[in-house]
Design a binder for this molecule. Structure first.
Ligand code: ATP
Ligand code: MG
Length: 382
C-alpha cells in the first residue's frame, strides 16, 4: 500500500526526511497526513515520527539548514521549518505515567510502542518518504471502513487522557462512515467515563468542539454525544435535534461551526467553550436573528451577507423548509445597500444631538420600508 500527494513531494519535507535517514534514523509520516491521504481528503499539517531524540533531530535539521523550534519538548516534539513548511517531528515514545490530562513520556526506538500510545487505529498508520505504508496495528481496514476505533481497551485509553472522549466524537464526525454508525465499544466507554471531562480545560474542550462542529455532517456524532451523556456534561442544555435539518438546508455550503453552535444551543457556550469577543458577538447576533421579524434585506444590512445567510439557514432549519433563493438575494441587496441620507442633507437645520436623533429615525423608516425608500422619499417627510 502506498500514499501519494503534493504534501509528500514537497522538497523541504523530502530533504528533512532524507537528512534523518542519512544519519541512520527513521523518518515516518504519521497521524493526519497519512490518514487523510489514505481517505483522499486534503492534508493539512505534517506530523513526523522518528527514533532520533529531539536533540538529534535539532542537530540534523540545523545542519541541513532548517530552523528547529522546541515547540513541545516535554513530549519530544520539535517543529522543523524546511523550505517554508513546518513539520512537527516527534520522537517515538511511550507514556510511562498519565493522570487523565498530561503524560510523562519516555523516548523509544520502537515504532510499535509509538503506535500503542496513539489514540485511534486510523491515527496510528505510518508512511516513509517514498509513500510506503507501515501499519503496525492493522489500522488500514479501519480507515477503509471509516471506523474510528481506540487503540487497545477504550476505557483504559480514556482514563489516560479524557480529551480522547471528545476526539472520538470529533474523528467520527470528520472521518467516520455516516451510514456505518459509531463504534459501540468506544461509545460505551465514553458514556461510562464522561465525568472525567470535568478535568479537561475549557480551552481544549472549546477547540475540539470547534473542529467537530466544522465537520461536513456533525449530526450523527452530536446525536451520539447526547445519547451517551457527554454533550450534557460539556454543554448543558444543548440539543442536537436542529443540526440534521441545518446540514440539510446548508446543502453543500461551507460548514461553519458557529452557525452550527447557534443551532445546538446550550446554557452557557460563551463560558464553557471559551468563545472570543467576536465569536460572542456573532453568536448573539445569530441567536437574536432566528426568532426576529426582520426581513432578509434588513438582516443583510445589519449582519452583512455571510451572517445574514447563516441566520436564514437557521430559520429554514427550524421550520424544516428549504432556503428560499429570493431571501438570499434580498440579504445580498441589504448587505450592499447604503443608507441614502447623510448628515449634510439635514444640516444646518439640525445639529448635534437633534441631528443624530433625526438620522436614527430616518434610518428606522428606511429599514421599515425594507430598504426601498429613496433619499427624496425620506427627506420629503423630514
Ligand atoms: P488533525 O491535525 O487533522 O486534527 P491529527 O490526527 O493529525 O488530525 P493531531 O492532533 O495533529 O491530529 O495529532 C497527531 C497525532 O498524534 C494523531 O493522529 C494521534 O496519532 C496522536 N495524538 C494526538 N492527540 C492524542 C491524544 N490525546 N491521545 C493519543 N494520541 C494522540
Ligand atoms: Mg496533525
Amino acid at each position: 500500500m502506498k500514499v501519494a500527494g503534493d504534501w509528500l513531494d514537497h522538497p523541504g519535507t523530502q530533504a528533512l526526511c532524507a537528512a534523518l535517514e542519512t544519519e541512520g534514523h527513521q523518518a515516518l509520516f504519521v497521524g493526519g497526513c497519512v490518514r487523510n491521504a489514505l481517505m483522499l481528503v486534503p492534508v493539512a499539517d505534517i506530523d513526523l515520527a522518528t527514533d532520533a531524540t529531539p536533540l538529534v533531530v535539532t542537530r540534523i535539521a540545523e545542519a541541513a539548514g532548517f530552523k528547529a523550534v522546541p515547540t513541545g519538548i516535554d513530549h519530544g516534539t520539535v517543529t522543523v521549518v524546511a523550505e517554508g513548511r513546518p513539520h512537527e517531528v516527534t520522537t517515538f515514545r511511550r507514556d510511562v505515567e498519565t493522570d487523565g490530562r498530561r503524560a510523562v513520556v519516555a523516548f523509544s526506538t520502537q515504532i510499535e510502542e509509538d503506535a500503542q500510545r496513539r489514540d485511534f487505529t486510523m491515527n496510528a498508520i505510518y508512511a516513509d518518504r517514498r509513500g510506503s505504508v507501515i501499519d503496525p496495528l492493522q489500522g488500514l481496514p479501519d480507515v477503509q471502513a471509516r471506523r474510528v476505533r481506540f487503540v487497545g481497551d477504550p476505557e483504559t485509553r480514556i482514563r489516560e487522557d479524557y480529551l480522547r472522549i471528545l476526539r472520538f466524537f470529533r474523528f467520527h464526525a470528520c472521518y467516520g462512515d455516516p451510514a456505518g454508525g459509531i463504534d459501540a465499544e468506544g461509545l460505551a466507554a465514553c458514556a461510562a467515563l464522561a465525568e472525567g471531562l470535568e478535568t479537561i480545560s475549557k480551552e481544549r474542550i472549546g477547540a475540539e468542539m470547534r473542529k467537530l462542529l466544522a465537520a461536513r455532517d456533525p449530526a450523527p456524532a452530536l446525536a451520539a454525544m447526547a445519547q451517551s451523556g457527554v454533550l450534557a456534561r460539556i454543554l448543558p442544555g444543548a440539543d442536537p435535534r436542529a443540526i440534521g435539518p441545518l446540514t440539510e438546508v446548508e446543502a453543500g455550503r461551507e460548514p461553519d461551526w458557529l452557525r452550527r453552535l447557534a443551532a445546538l444551543g446550550g446554557e452557557d457556550p460563551v463560558e464553557l467553550l471559551r468563545l472570543s469577543r467576536s465569536e460572542v458577538r456573532d453568536l448573539t447576533a445569530l441567536c437574536d436573528a432566528i426568532p426576529s421579524m426582520e426581513t432578509p434585506a434588513v438582516l443583510g444590512w445589519r449582519l452583512g451577507h455571510v451572517r445574514a445567510v447563516d441566520a436564514l439557514l437557521l430559520r429554514a432549519a427550524m421550520l424544516e423548509q428549504p432556503l428560499a433563493q429570493d431571501a438570499v438575494k434580498d440579504a445580498r441587496r441589504g448587505a450592499d445597500a447604503r443608507f441614502p441620507v447623510t448628515a449634510s442633507d439635514l444640516m444646518p437645520t439640525l445639529l448635534g444631538e437633534a441631528l443624530g436623533t433625526r438620522l436614527k429615525q430616518l434610518e428606522a423608516r428606511w429599514l421599515a420600508s425594507n430598504l426601498t425608500l429613496s433619499r427624496e422619499d425620506l427627506l420629503k417627510g423630514a
